[in-house]
Design a binder for this molecule. Structure first.
Ligand code: 39A
Length: 212
């Protein structure tokens, strides 16, 4: 495997997403993905699902409710995903800033850029790209520790998050015609990034690599 297109081709053959939603990241609303992207930091996805379940029961998966809800209630609701005090403060602040700056979730998704997100407390490259890609459906690919591990198995080493991201995005963009053949239709670049990252995560979680 010499580029990210060949990696995608290899992963596609494993049918890793057959049980998964078409954009991989599960959600009944894109707003929920914004919250999940913060909650998933430094914890297992199953813990995030528990926190999201709690938030759904409280019916507070919207900006106004996240801002208004009593802090202790929010802290306890997101406790399963860890760092509950820090993450609840950051969720409230982010909801407030987005409402002030963009007025609505839809306008946020159309207008927000990576720089604005990176200025928000508690949002680094991976969280910003997860929000941009999965919640806002903009053309950014998420890379993470799973991606790092998989490409280093293939003999690639990258100094930075953005070098790894560039390698993943470049191979895809350079081979779009072959990818449309592979998928049998002109899949959007955002959906491609969503699924490619999802395949990498599911592949690494399936321990197929360790077994080899
Ligand atoms: C959405 N999402 C984010 N991180 C995930 C993970 N590790 N495993 C599975 N899913 C669905 C995830």
């Amino acid at each position: 495997i010499s580029n990210s297109y060949e990696l995608l081709e290899f992963l596609k053959k494993q049918n890793l997403l057959k049980e998964e939603p078409s954009y991989w990241w599960p959600s009944s609303s894109d707003f929920e993905i914004l919250i999940g992207a913060i909650l998933t930091q430094n914890t297992k996805w199953t813990n995030v699902e528990k926190s999201l379940e709690n938030l759904k029961k409280l019916n507070i998966l919207n900006f106004e409710a996240i801002i208004e809800v009593n802090s202790t209630v929010l802290v306890e609701a997101i406790a399963p995903s860890g760092f509950k005090n820090q993450k609840s403060q950051r969720l409230k602040l982010l909801a407030k800033n987005i409402l002030e700056e963009f007025g609505s979730f839809d306008n946020f998704c159309q207008s927000v850029n990576r720089e604005w997100l990176l200025e928000q407390k508690g949002i680094g490259f991976e969280t910003a790209d997860a929000i941009l890609c999965y919640a806002c459906h903009q053309e950014f690919m998420v890379v993470d520790k799973y991606t790092q591990k998989l490409v280093s198995y293939m003999g690639f080493e990258f100094e930075t998050y953005e070098d790894l991201q560039a390698w993943c995005e470049y191979g895809i963009n350079e081979n779009l015609d072959k990818i449309f053949e592979l998928y049998g239709y002109e899949i959007s670049l955002n959906k491609l990034y969503c699924r490619f990252h999802g395949k990498i995560v599911e592949f690494m979680k399936s321990n197929r690599l360790k077994a080899r």
